[in-house]
Ligand binder design. Sequence first.
Ligand code: ZN
Ligand code: ZN
Ligand code: FE
Length: 745
Amino acid sequence: MKSCKIKISGRVQGVGFRPFVYRLAKSLDLTGWVLNSTGSVEILIQGSEANIRNFIDALIHDPPPLSHIENIFEEIVEESTYTDFSIIKSREDKGFNFISPDIAICDDCLRELRDPHDRRFGYPFINCTNCGPRYTIIEDLPYDREKTTMKVFKMCEVCNEEYHNPLSRRFHAQPDACSVCGPHLWIDSLNIPESNLFKEIGKLLYEGQILAIKGIGGFHIACDATNESAVERLRNNKKRRSKPFALMMKDLDMIRRYCYVNNTEEKILRGKERPIVLLRIKDYLDLSPSIAPGNLYLGVMLPYAPYHYLIFDDFDRPIVMTSGNLSEEPIIKDNVEAKDKLKNIVDNFVLHNRNIRNRIDDSVVFVEDNDLTFVRRARGYAPDPLKVSIEVDPVLALGPELKNTFAIGSGNYVFMSPHIGDLKDLETLDVFEETIEDFIHLFRINPEVLVHDLHPQYLSTEFAEKFKSFMKVVPVQHHRAHILSLLLDRDIGDPIIGFSFDGTGFGEDGNIWGGEVFVGNLRELHRAAHFKYFPMAGGDYSIENPKRIAYSYLFSNEIEDNGNYLPISPLEKDIIKSMIQNKKNIFYTSSCGRIFDMVSAILGVRSVIDYEGQAAVELEMCAMDSDTSAVYPFEIQKGSSLEIDILPMIKKILEDRQHINRSIIARQFHNTIAYIILSTAEILREKYHINKVGLSGGVFQNRLLLNILSPLLKESKFEVYTHRRIPPNDGGISLGQIALAMKGV
Ligand code: ZN
Ligand code: ZN
Ligand code: FE
């Protein structure tokens, strides 16, 4: 008879680990105990040596499906004898916490939800140890019911029995509940009996109502996606003119009516994370034309909360499911706040009384070349840690301004926050600060280093300044952070040629960067190439007006807009001219994103935008109608740093514009950007003897560009790296910022 102590760390809480250990110990005739401590599960087992061995083997090779073991530590100890095996009280301890993301309803629960003989038949909050809310309901750790927002629901006798019965699927399932004792769903201001609730929701949707529906991580705004007037009304109410809306569809059959779905996409759509997947549109059929105007992709997800399934029982059409927020603010999570802020947007509220402690948006992904790319890493994925190859001091990285996420890290783990929003107003800043506090507390990391973006005017920089007197505060340039993110994301230790192409970022020379190429590794990155600077008249205002960017470019290069292609008034022209001539209110930029904007405007695809990236997205869609392989001329001027000049291309585009279909021009433009990258990489390979190429930044969310570029780079025998675990856009920057806290630097 031996006693063995085992300590397991990783994602082992909230995933049914203790019940699993309990059943396993019982089946092997072992006695002792299991408990949750901060960040790990501790076990004491007593029994024969062979059975202890079998126990450990099973732990390693056959753990619960949602768990993820990072480390397992075992030692033989001397202990007094136990006569039984039990789950004992949780203990607070030093060390990391891992928190499980929220998991879509599992097949077993779905079966019970549908079974008229089950006591949870039709219960909107059914869950078990293998599914349900986790991160969103956790107030503190260790993960126990009293430390979740479920603490206010006292379990009924039957639930309580299940909770304590090791043979039940709900043994120690913290969010366990039933219609007798658990949370409830209702339609605000309508007095509908529970038995009729979903019929009524279906009826309201069929009637064209816009509903705010409280979800798992926050509110959705929903309406019938086939009802043009409802969708139009939602656009007007939300002041969101054309940014695509995500849809929820009943099942894969429904999705396949509208979209192409390959095997990888199907797997991801059905996965326990249930993200929104961007799918190529097959046929719009009865969908409202204003769901995703000018786009060839639809963002679609399958139901993931039990009540989503119940809604589709009484509603047989695709549903618009957009985040319940105002423009780029954080998603709303509380009933009172929703009723206040969304009252002018929606007709009715579908509320529930399970509090959301931690807000989180739906994740957004796409599949290209059988690889998953994140556009937004949130529900289902965050706050799973990212393991990195370097050791960092305890650090907080504040992230970028747009699509903000922040990250905290220590040792070789990084916890990236879910999507926060655009860090431009105090409302968002509040949520940013709140979430930082929560992360520091939940993950028990006390930052000693604070990393922020170089931009002197960002709210995050102001935030960082406050800490200067009592901790190390380090700024980092935006595009360097993109490449550092990629190096950490893909675990690249060797030197790389890193393309950091996006819309905007404050440069080290005071100019606005956005078309940068770096050479180096995690310790040292050297700016080796960039697009030639061009003046942008009018700052942020011009970003919303691609036609102004185009006109600034043409005027400063003394090119005439002979065909008058830009819808720009003589007055606007004069303003831009005088700004450039007097060097007043102009910025110099090397932004690749702005080059996309400029070409989009010259081609008349999009001259004024109402969401970030719109001009480039619509240019990409326009280019997809052509398959030309022609390339425009460009120049790469050699010097200590290469300068990429697109002037020859722009001149040719203006000529072509007069007699060539704009899809062909748009496609040829995409080809040219791909060849610019290839040529730059080839020159730098020659110079630095580096064969790895990395692509980071929002420009690399352009699937057409990726499709043209990857074969070119591969043909030229480059090893190509794109993002896998985090988005290529600014949502991934905070990971790279973490590298500034590398130990020993
Ligand atoms: Zn379940
Ligand atoms: Zn109950
Ligand atoms: Fe960026």
